[in-house]
Design a protein around this ligand. Structure first.
Ligand SMILES: [Zn+2]
Length: 469
């Protein structure tokens, strides 16, 4: 008998491999971080002995989802600045708080944000980190990734805080040089890390000079890291670019050499036919954030057209300030619904396409399709065990439709990343979750007070205080 670290047996496996194989009464043998074998339970039991065995009888096993875009610090700002378009929303919530977010606050926000990602089936997250009002925030997010064991990619972002409105001034006004130096520091530090990576993420077109964009491309090539950038989330990008550079955003990005297979175009809502041609030409990847686009009334990205043209699309929550959760299960269902409604075509996006975007599409976006996105021998063991026995999901007719249309976080029972069980039967294995929630409620309350943020309902200001101990 061969010893393996983890044996999952009796599962209904949705592999997402090239042939989209689905196996019943099957298992996965995992050794350390990799999938060693997939096959009928009785064959695996005859060959392997697991140090740990999970019986997944009557449960579905899917590859873990890849959340291709978030801003974990925004978990602190959940529920604020509602009912506004992008620019007003930024100025009335996020930009007011950035100067008051310290590393401890960022750590708890990232921790709870990642917990919600895990609970909703994500095993990989790309956090687009542009909060730099104080030093040490990027490292705090990295610590949260490490403490939980989630696969994390930190998109080191940059925002020109000098453009913030009065009252939002930050102590640190990061220059482009400081930004690029820190990208290099992080890229070197995490170059060989098994589960943590780095991306380079200028926030939006007005945050960098033209030379800055050339430098972004240079560093992406040098360190082989993806570029992620907010791209035509609204019409603002094109308006700014036409005024400053005499051309719309996407032709401008082509001109400065930023586009390529490693470019993740976040949102891609206000696209023209020419923009779609350019994306196809450069094999640009798209991060689709339908919940955030609906909350900020930004528009509907032409995802059915992207898919028809062979453009890779991954799914994402976006930050909790414009979502207002990190619930990937919600994103799956809304992705299917928004395009049916928008095109008045009930077949615009199918459940199987949604699952492809959430897994394989996301893996391609973050340049990790060789390692994650499907359950195959030799790949990383990143998976979720889904229990369909809930009132929302029963009767389950097929695992894919059930997952996309009839599910919630409580269906996700167990989550494995790189062969390590991060959550088992609904309980996190490495973190005291209740303590993290209490701490976040307390810290977020203080930041709201300090930043002068709060909500009115029926004309009265109301708030929720720290939980009682
Ligand atoms: Zn964003």
């Amino acid at each position: 008998m061969e010893k393996v670290s983890l044996l999952i047996k009796n599962a209904y496996l949705i592999t997402m491999d090239k042939n989209r194989n689905i196996f019943q009464e099957s298992g996965i043998a995992i050794n350390d971080d990799k999938i060693l074998a997939i096959g009928p339970t009785k064959d695996l039991e005859a060959r392997f002995e697991g140090e740990k065995t999970i019986d997944a009888k009557d449960k579905f096993v899917f590859p873990g989802f890849v959340n291709t875009h978030s801003h974990l610090f925004q978990v602190l700002l959940k529920g604020l600045g509602r009912d506004k378009l992008l620019y007003d929303w930024l100025n009335s919530s996020v930009r007011r708080a950035i100067k008051n977010i310290d590393p401890e606050a960022a750590y708890y926000a990232a921790l709870v944000g990642c917990i919600e990602n895990i609970r909703s089936g994500c095993t990989t997250i790309l956090d687009y980190q542009y909060c730099h009002g104080q030093l040490g925030i990027d490292d705090a997010v990295m610590k949260a990734f490490e403490d939980l064991g989630i696969r994390g990619i930190l998109g080191r972002g940059h925002t020109k805080v000098s453009g913030f409105p009065p009252g939002c001034e930050c102590e640190i006004d990061e220059t482009e040089e400081m930004f690029f130096n820190d990208v290099e520091r992080l890229a070197k530090k995490y170059a060989d890390h098994p589960t943590i990576g780095v991306a380079i993420s200028p926030a939006i077109v007005w945050d960098l000079s033209e030379n800055g964009y050339y430098k972004v491309r240079e560093l992406a090539n040098q360190y082989k890291i993806p570029i992620a950038m907010h791209t035509v989330e609204t019409e603002d990008d094109d308006e700014y670019c036409l005024k400053e550079h005499g051309m719309r955003l996407i032709p401008y990005l082509e001109k400065v050499g930023l586009l390529g297979p490693d470019y993740i175009a976040v949102h891609s809502v206000q696209m023209t036919p020419e923009d779609i041609d350019i994306f196809e030409k450069y094999d640009v990847k798209v991060s689709h954030n339908p919940v955030s686009n609906m909350i900020l009334a930004s528009g509907v990205a032409p995802v059915p057209e992207f898919l028809e043209r062979g453009i890779t699309v991954g799914l994402a929550t976006d930050g909790a300030a414009s979502n207002d959760t990190q619930d990937m299960m919600e994103v799956l269902k809304i992705t299917a619904l928004i395009h049916k409604l928008h095109t008045r075509n009930a077949a615009a996006i199918s459940a199987s396409q949604v699952l492809e975007m959430a897994t394989l599409g996301g893996a391609k976006c973050v340049q990790m399709e060789e390692k994650i996105g499907s359950l195959e021998v030799g790949k990383q063991a990143d998976l979720i065990i889904y229990n369909p026995k809930t009132a929302k999901s029963v009767p389950a007719a097929d695992p894919v439709s059930t997952l996309v249309y009839s599910s919630g976080e409580n269906n996700i029972e167990t989550v494995v990343v790189a062969g390590k069980v991060l959550m088992e039967n609904g309980s996190l294995t490495c973190i005291d979750e209740e303590e993290a929630l209490d701490k976040l409620q307390e810290i977020a309350y203080k930041i709201r007070e300090k930043s002068g943020l709060g909500n009115h309902q029926w004309g009265q200001k109301i708030t929720v205080y720290p939980f009682s101990k």
